[in-house]
Design a protein around this ligand. Sequence first.
Ligand code: COA
Length: 388
Amino acid sequence: MRDVAIIGIGMTEFGELWEKSFRELVAEAGVRAIMDAGIEGEEIDAMYIGGMSSGMFVGQEHVGPLAVEVAGLEDLHIPATRVEGACASGGIALHQGYISVASGMYDIVVVGGAEKMTDVAGGSATNILASASDREWEAFFGATFPGLYALMATYHMHKYGTTPEQLASVAVKNHYNGSTNPKAQFKRKITVEDVLKSPLVADPLHLLDCSPVSDGAAAAILAPVEVAKKYTDKLVRIKASAMACDTLSLHGRERFDALPAAIHAAKKAYEKAGVGPKDIDLAEVHDCFTIAEIIAIEDLGFVERGRGGPATEEGITSLHGEIPVNTSGGLKSKGHPVGATGIAQLNEIVLQLRGEAGERQVKDAQIGLTHNVGGSGGTAVVNIMEVI
Ligand code: COA
């Protein structure tokens, strides 16, 4: 296996981008990544594009050739594969791109993700997102994603004493971080009181405990380390990439206070990278709901099981805390165009490891981690990156 580096990153702003089409979002993120890498389009060998449901959101399937065409590479006939794993689609695109470069199959590979979710009405978006749950046994009976995560939150509160204020402190931290990110959907700071006063969506989760419905795209360019040296001296290497799956349904899971797929993916990634949770300088985790970040920091071993709530309240995961989590604003504030999220997480980690994160720069960041989850935990991808 060859060592793999990230030589370019690019993403659109996230938000309600009515003035941009799905195709324009894909093109913008791709062009930004290509320019950042300083490569010619003709050098690209393959593409992996993550997307959850462009067919239902904008009526466009077959995204591989669309990406090839907007990049102007149709004459080269390069292979472009769309990958799908709900909200983990971007993370899976990265995992597949990594495998293809590490194996020696390809040299220069684009990994990306895109979703345009705001062209449909709110109820339709909720229904489309529910297709990432078990349609027959969950969605059909009215379990939406806020509903499924509300069940996890209720269980966590019952078992560990996690409080609504602790859940809210995740949103407060991530909105603070997002206020420093020009690409974020929400750049406004909020308070615990704002979260608790916002409308209940699925008890105990309020509107401000939820990630939003968003449009956006993100991309990155991978190359073997030896080839990467030709393009950049700011080398960021993928130290490990691991993926794991579980039951599609939440009710079929062995436990509700954790995501076993995320625990497995993290274990494999730590083993492969030869590091542990204490070695990680910062992480972008899948905070689709505030409870999801609390469970994520426990699953990743940053804090003891049950300590996610108090640890967040104490500031351990804040920008200048022991382990900064979601410096980009996370899904909560940066936005969550589901297929793009995994690659947007990578964009933030690479920016931080290159020392280019500006106001939200984590000092001396050397090792960063991304944690991307599909559905209620049916799929999880954990990637570990380091400066070399
Ligand atoms: N966080 C912060 N603000 C939000 C928000 C969020 N998640 N969602 C909406 N808003 C803001 C809007 O910008 C708008 O503000 P404005 O009045 O200043 O313009 C206001 O709240 C109302 O927006 P609206 O679009 O009418 O909200 P909604 O009630 O239709 O949707 C949710 C709110 C929480 C239901 C929706 O964002 C949602 O479904 N989120 C979860 C998405 C999801 O499940 N993703 C997959 C995860 S696995």
